[in-house]
Design a protein around this ligand. Structure first.
Ligand code: C2E
Ligand code: MG
Ligand code: MG
Ligand code: MG
Length: 282
């Protein structure tokens, strides 16, 4: 029915490129047929503590293997999923799958690994969002601190008061909260002080070439200090070089993720990293 409604909506069709139309039609089909497990796969990118070198967390990143389109990256379908509302069932499937995965890894003997999930503000503003998360935690008998919800700075700022209310509820349940892509979303520092946030993730724009770029160095150093003063942990995103890492280590950044340590990996490959005790060299 949704597909029919979409196809009859000529104005939408006309303004979309053929590729976008195909993405949208295929995405509708995945949701309508509930074929998430057949077409979606969650990849895990390790997040490493810079001083101990240990993997402390992983970020869940969605990949779509579509029969019509091949491998589709989030940049190509998340914005579309958001504008059509399809992101709601998709994000719910991701949270549920990630909760199951934490349970599987804990049963296999992995302790103190936090899994982070990206939530769209559209899902986050759904009235039953928290109830759904609580249900997934309960069904898998999980302590809430092993789940971290990542919200982008720009999405929080769209409706900051409602976001703060939901963030407060979630954090009081024990679920961790991260601000994603920090530095790109024009948030006022007055708000930052009031946000219930455990982790601040510095956007990779600032990390790229940070050691050589005096402006990026100054901003990154200030962000780390500010986050620490607000009792937040700092994760640097997109770390690709030794020079970037040593800058971050020198400025006491808590953790990093990026291609230097590992790309996002399928669950089985991420597990090998854990079993082989792969860590960041000191
Ligand atoms: P994000 O949450 O900021 O995730 C980090 C992105 O940076 C990922 O892109 C990751 O693969 C990429 N990345 C990690 N390390 C490096 C590096 O060293 N260099 C470079 N150049 N890139 C690096 P990805 O997987 O394509 O995801 C893009 C965005 O899509 C994510 O940005 C997130 O906002 C969104 N997203 C991904 N999965 C989900 C999901 O399940 N739900 C929702 N709502 N959004 C998702
Ligand atoms: Mg993220
Ligand atoms: Mg990010
Ligand atoms: Mg991003």
């Amino acid at each position: 029915a949704t597909l029919k409604k979409y196809l009859s909506n000529q104005t939408t069709v006309k303004t979309l490129s053929p590729k976008r139309q195909l993405v949208e039609i295929s995405l509708h089909r995945v949701v309508k047929n509930q074929s998430f497990t057949e077409e979606f796969e969650i990849y895990y990118q390790p997040i490493v503590n810079i001083s101990s070198g240990e993997i402390i967390a992983a970020e869940s990143l969605l990949r779509w293997q579509s029969p019509e389109l091949g491998l589709v990256y989030p940049a190509e379908f998340i914005p579309l999923a958001e504008s059509t509302g399809l992101i709601v069932p998709i994000d719910q499937w991701v949270v549920q799958s990630v909760c199951k995965q934490i349970r599987i890894w804990q049963n296999a003997g992995v302790s103190s690994l936090t899994l982070a999930v990206n939530l769209s503000v559209i899902e986050f503003n759904e009235p039953d969002c928290i109830q759904k998360i609580v249900g997934f935690l309960k069904n898998n008998n999980l302590e809430p601190q092993y789940l971290e919800v990542e919200l982008t700075e720009s999405m929080i700022m769209q409706d900051v008061n409602s976001a703060i209310a939901t963030m407060n509820k979630l954090q009081s349940l024990g679920v961790r909260i991260a601000i994603d892509d920090f530095g790109t979303g024009y948030s006022s520092l007055i708000y930052l002080k009031n946000l219930p946030v455990n982790t601040l993730k510095i956007d990779r724009y600032f990390i790229h070439n940070v050691a050589q770029d005096p402006q990026k160095s100054a901003i990154t150093k200030a962000l780390i200090e500010m986050a620490h003063n607000l009792n937040m942990q700092v994760v640097a995103e997109g770390v690709e070089t030794e020079a970037e890492l040593s800058f971050l280590r020198q400025k006491n950044c808590d953790a990093m993720q990026g291609f230097l340590f590992s790309r996002p990996l399928p669950a089985a490959e991420f597990e090998n990293f854990l079993w082989n005790n792969k860590r960041l060299p000191a």
